[in-house]
Every structure is written in C-alpha cells, then in structure tokens.
Design a protein around this ligand. Structure first.
Ligand code: ADP
Ligand code: MG
Length: 291
C-alpha cells in the first residue's frame, strides 16, 4: 500500500471513530479470516445486574448481607452488581476480613472465623463444596443466559445469585456482518459454558470458547494462528491485553481499560462493534485500491 493510501485510510477511520495506530495494522486487517470477541464489556455492556436471589434455606436478608460483605473485597463487575443490589435494599454488608480475590474464579473472606466463598462452580468444587443438590437450579439460571454466582459458608453451599448483562444493541448486527464477509466469529469468555451457550444462541455466534482463565486468553489466539488463521481480537479488559497483543490485529473497546487500549492496534472510540466491521472494510478498500 502506498503511504498516501494508508494516510487516507487511517484518516477515514479517525473520522468514523476508529483510531488505527499504525499503517501496518490497517494493512494487516485486510485478510483476517477470524474475529475473536471477548464477551463481557465487548459483546455485552459489561454492567451485570442481579436478576435472581436464591438462599439455600438461609434468611434472604442475612444471605444478601453476607454476599455484599464478601463481594466488597472484589473489583469484578459481578461483585459490583451484588453490592449495589444489596445497598439498594437498605441492607448493610456483613463485616468480613482477610479478603482474597482469585482471578477468573471468585473471592474468599472470613467473618467471625467462618470462611465465606463466592465464585463459579469450578471454584466452589475446587474448595470442596458439594453443589450436587443445587445443580438443577444452577443450570436453569445459566441456561437463561445469567451468570450464576455461588456462595458457600463454612464448607457448605449457602446460596445462589444470578446476574445478567445485556448485549449492546449493535452486537448481533456486527456479528452477522462479519459472517457475511466470510469471517468466522468466536466468543471467548471466562464465563461458564452454559451461560456462554445461551448467549451464543441468542446472537447466532458460530463458536464459543468458555471457561477461559484470564491468563489463557492469548494461548487460544496463538492456537488459531498456528492452525493458519489470521486473527483479529476485540476486547476491553485487563485480561484481554495479552490476547490483543498476540492477535494479528488487536482491537480495543474505547470504553475499556487503559491496558487493553495500550495493547491494541486500533481503538473503537464509540465502543461499537459495527465500527470493527468498518475497520476491516476500510482495510480491504485501501488494499484493493493499491493492487
Ligand atoms: P469474564 O470473562 O466474564 O470477565 P472472569 O474471568 O473475570 O470472567 O471471571 C470468570 C468467572 O469467575 C465469572 O463468570 C464468575 O462466575 C466468577 N467470578 C469471578 N469473580 C467473581 C466474584 N467476585 N464473585 C463471584 N464470581 C466471580
Ligand atoms: Mg471484557
């Protein structure tokens, strides 16, 4: 591509809210065949809200007080969903201490000597909590597209909270357009397989890779590249940064974290996935004009 064509291309991108950091990145985008998208904050708004509360035999207000006390020790958006829900009900969080947040898993804390846990099913199972009596309630929540948060106290399951995150209005359209352009779309998420599957179906996404730990996202990109694919990754979180750097083209959501923006080749200033479609179209147009 000529320097002038590239300049015109990046200029056009900027006019449309797509910040492309280098001419090489604009060129590389023309032949990508796979777009990997993070779920939370990329396909969805990233602001989950509590939609279900299910204390296993415990008083609901006491359960919510403990849940909020525990989630105060986490900076995860799911934790924020719980603490704001409980605060809105005028329930004071139960005081806790010795907080420990485990990335991609959950959080642990103590209250008057008792260990409290919150997290996904794997995390609670790893901690020796028997979830079998609650499996059906858990699966029903996940099948509806909610993320189930499991709670345990003193080695036994204590309750369940469901949190749902809405899709951005243009996500389905962007996914459809990528597919019409012959580009495969994969959703990559730390969320559990059932919840991911419910969202995959709703948005008609060809493939999902679920239950991915933050530190493993980049490996999935590398594996696709090793299989001969040209991969664009779109993400917003700290945990997406290595995957954005690994991808042939890393695209950050403008409303995302600084680390993601720094690691990417392009930034969607309007945080709209349709602008990622425009970026690939722009790249194809620039390359076509030169050849
Ligand atoms: P995502 O890709 O959705 O941002 P993460 O890798 O951050 O996911 O977390 C994966 C899963 O771990 C979440 O879907 C949730 O089930 C669980 N989890 C993480 N942090 C917490 C928390 N503070 N409270 C409850 N569950 C959590
Ligand atoms: Mg995210």
């Amino acid at each position: 591509a000529t320097p002038v064509a590239i300049m015109v291309g990046t200029g056009k991108g900027a006019e449309n809210g797509i910040l492309i950091k280098s001419g090489e990145a604009l060129e590389r985008a023309h032949d990508i065949d796979t777009v990997v998208m993070d779920k939370t904050g990329t396909i969805t708004e990233g602001r989950p809200r509590v939609t279900a509360v299910d204390p296993f035999g415990m008083d609901e207000a006491l359960f919510l007080a403990a849940a909020a006390g525990l989630e105060q020790g986490s900076e995860h958006p799911l934790a924020e969903a719980v603490t704001s829900y409980v605060a809105a009900r005028g329930i004071a969080p139960q005081p806790m201490e010795h907080f420990e947040a485990i990335a991609g898993r959950g959080v642990r804390a103590e209250s008057s000597g008792a260990v409290w846990l919150a997290g996904n099913a794997e995390f609670l199972r790893e901690q020796g909590i028997d979830m079998t009596p609650y499996e059906q309630r858990l699966n029903a929540l996940a099948d509806s597209g909610c993320t189930p948060l499991l709670f345990a106290c003193g080695g036994t399951a204590a309750g369940l909270i469901g949190a749902a995150d809405v899709e951005k209005p243009t996500s389905a359209g962007a996914i459809r357009r990528f597919r019409q352009m012959g580009i495969d779309v994969i959703m990559l998420t730390g969320d559990n397989a059932r919840t991911a599957e419910a969202i995959r179906r709703r948005l008609d996404i060809p493939r999902v890779i679920a239950g991915v730990l933050p530190q493993n996202k980049a490996q999935h990109i590398a594996a696709l590249q090793a299989a001969g694919h040209k991969v664009a990754m779109i993400g917003d979180g700290i945990n997406d940064a290595p995957a954005l750097a690994q991808a042939d083209v890393g695209i950050a959501i403008g409303a995302g974290t600084d680390v993601a923006i720094e690691s990417a080749d392009a930034v969607l200033m309007r945080s709209d996935l349709l602008d990622a479609v425009s970026a690939v179209r722009l790249s194809r147009a620039v390359i076509r004009n030169i050849r």
